[in-house]
Design a protein around this ligand. Structure first.
Ligand code: DX5
Ligand code: ZN
Length: 220
């Protein structure tokens, strides 16, 4: 049976009370904390870096999944590893040497993954599957929370699931962008096992109610 993981994106949390927010969302049942890093260069928004990762680390017992939307990628990786990241993913277009960046993440003791924008083909995986621990399919264009799910992502999730099954490796298949209670089951049916949700969770007063409702959908 598939283990499903809910990964709240703290991009939609109240940054004035971030420590409380991460504690509350973990208490509400989050399996992973999704940490969106934007640089106002690779994407048109600016968010949080290793200092904030380090600050929240003592408050969460679950893995921190760092989604790098930055260019260049490599020089920030050791800092995130030191700050307590467990998984680090990056966009292949943002790295000059994808294999080297994946290896760098692993050498720093973290799990490594590639992120695919809606317009980016999965062919980047072809020669690096042996270094991949997570595939992240974007179901919005990166840069902002609160956007609508792009349905074409479902086909790509199916394609990624086939590649994972063929590889026989233990690789998480995460989907990110516009995930809500009413579309999470479709993403799971396509083959995703890890679900990022920002506005759907932090936009509601009762985080546990949303996470429970998502799990109910996944169990159906
Ligand atoms: C977008 C980020 C997402 C975003 C998801 O670039 O990578 O993680 O926070 O937010 P929602 O769930 O609101 O689409
Ligand atoms: Zn993200």
């Amino acid at each position: 049976m598939t283990t499903f993981r809910i990964a709240p994106s703290i991009l939609s949390a109240d940054f004035a009370h971030l420590g409380e927010e991460v504690k509350n969302v973990v208490a509400a049942g989050a399996d992973i904390i999704h940490f969106d890093v934007m640089d106002n260069h690779y994407v048109p928004n600016l968010t949080i870096g290793p200092l904030v990762c380090q600050a929240i680390r003592p408050h969460v017992q679950v893995p921190i999944d760092v989604h790098l939307m930055v260019k260049p990628v490599d020089r920030i990786i050791p800092d995130f590893a030191k700050a307590g990241a467990n998984i680090i993913t990056f966009h292949p277009e943002a790295s000059e040497h994808i294999d080297r960046t994946l290896q760098l993440i692993r050498d720093n003791g973290c799990k490594a993954g590639l992120v695919f924008n809606p317009g980016t083909p999965l062919s980047y995986l072809e020669h690096v599957m042996d270094k991949i621990d997570m595939i992240l399919i974007m179901s919005v264009n990166p840069g902002f929370g609160g956007q609508s799910f792009i349905p074409q992502a479902l086909k790509k999730i199916e394609q990624a699931r086939r590649l994972i099954d063929e590889s026989g490796r233990d690789i998480l298949l995460e989907v990110d962008g516009g995930i809500k209670i009413d579309n999470i089951a479709a993403a799971a049916k396509a083959g995703a096992d890890t679900f990022v949700a920002g506005s759907a969770i932090f936009g509601q007063p009762d985080y546990k109610a949303v996470i429970d409702a998502m799990r109910t959908q996944l169990a159906a």
